[in-house]
Design a protein around this ligand. Structure first.
Ligand SMILES: CC(=O)SCCNC(=O)CCNC(=O)[C@H](O)C(C)(C)COP(=O)(O)OP(=O)(O)OC[C@H]1O[C@@H](n2cnc3c(N)ncnc32)[C@H](O)[C@@H]1OP(=O)(O)O
Length: 131
């Protein structure tokens, strides 16, 4: 799993207990996962279809630096399935896991569209393809 994005937990991200608000974390995850799906599928016409059970394992506190990890686990015909882990950047203690986040590639009418991708590609491979 690659941990691309880091966040610094600030006062506006906290819940009434003074720990990281789950809603803030889920918003960051949805955006991170969407960016990952867009890059892998090569189109920004894709939507979140499904999120599996979310397991909040440990809380994060103000001042903590956390990192968001995403990995593609399955390429379907029109969909891509991702797994996510959020952990403390310093201690590597797990904060949250999501087993499955599914994005679907759509056409101009909002209907599922084949994306033609079968495996993870990395930026340097994509740049080589464009040469
Ligand atoms: C980035 C964002 O915030 S987007 C905003 C939030 N998301 C949305 O508004 C999306 C709203 N939903 C929709 O518009 C529609 O449900 C669509 C277009 C995504 C999918 O339409 P459907 O008629 O359900 O599509 P369909 O049944 O053909 O399935 C499409 C793909 O999704 C997969 N899929 C459908 N339902 C599920 C599910 N519950 N769990 C996992 N995968 C699913 C299918 O297996 C299929 O994948 P494949 O082609 O790779 O085999």
């Amino acid at each position: 799993m690659n941990f691309y994005t880091r966040k610094w937990v600030k006062p506006e991200d906290l819940n009434a207990h003074g720990t990281l608000f789950g809603g803030s974390l889920l918003r960051w995850i949805d955006e991170e996962a969407a960016i990952y799906a867009i890059i892998q599928l090569g189109t920004n016409s894709c939507v979140t279809k499904y999120m599996s059970e979310i397991n909040f394992i440990n809380s994060a506190r103000q001042g903590d630096i956390i990192e968001l990890g995403i990995k593609a686990t399955h390429f379907g015909h029109t969909s891509i399935t991702l797994a996510c882990e959020v952990r403390n950047k310093i201690s590597h203690k797990s904060i949250l896991t999501v087993d499955k986040i599914v994005f679907v590639s759509i056409d101009e009418y909002g209907k599922p569209k084949a994306h033609g991708k079968t495996a993870i590609t990395y930026t340097d491979e994509r740049l080589r393809e464009e040469d």
